[in-house]
Design a binder for this molecule. Sequence first.
Ligand SMILES: Cc1cc2nc3c(=O)[nH]c(=O)nc-3n(C[C@H](O)[C@H](O)[C@H](O)COP(=O)(O)O)c2cc1C
Length: 198
Amino acid sequence: MKTLVVAITGASGAVYARRLLEVLCEAGHPVRLSVSPAGAAVIQQELNVARPQAAPSEIIEELIAPWSEQIETHPHTDLMAPIASGSFPTAGMVVCPCSGGTLSAIAHGGSGNLIQRAAQVHLKERRRLILVPRETPLSLVSLENMKQAYLAGASILPAMPGWYHGVRSIDDLVDFVVARILDQLELEHRLMEPWGAS
Ligand SMILES: Cc1cc2nc3c(=O)[nH]c(=O)nc-3n(C[C@H](O)[C@H](O)[C@H](O)COP(=O)(O)O)c2cc1C
């Protein structure tokens, strides 16, 4: 099974990250996870994980509790972690959700924390890097950063669900975005039928 790197940063949409982790782990993929402090705060706020003001490590531990055997976590300050090096093999990296701040850092070669460094590694090694920004409206700065990251090799996959697949619940909208991420990683899934399949 392929090792995937997942990073969670401080944009809204923690529910996408939780579902992504669930699907990857249920499919048996080992995951290396790093969460920024802002990412942990948004997880707490949006998913009601741990208590308000809990330490990021406590929030992350509670988030991954169902899959703790498959997910190895790395503090976002740990530049000694294996995923900081191109010598550590991975099948790709997803930043979900990706804040405008992290998008900017990745687009401009920043590597001041493990998430940014691992993203630079994926770009330089020409591996899949999928960024899932969530912001609206978009400033020219963010649009230019997306263009720059795209030109450097990243896939820009906004958390922007489609409504054409018989949506009945919020879960269907979440699965739409996660399905698109898995498509980019070229991982099989059964989250939704391809258009025209039925
Ligand atoms: C509750 C909350 C929601 C936020 N939502 C977004 C968002 O949707 N998109 C975004 O780019 N930033 C958002 N932010 C701002 C980022 O968290 C902030 O810019 C942070 O510095 C990003 O740091 P990081 O990239 O290290 O996670 C949000 C912040 C909070 C507290």
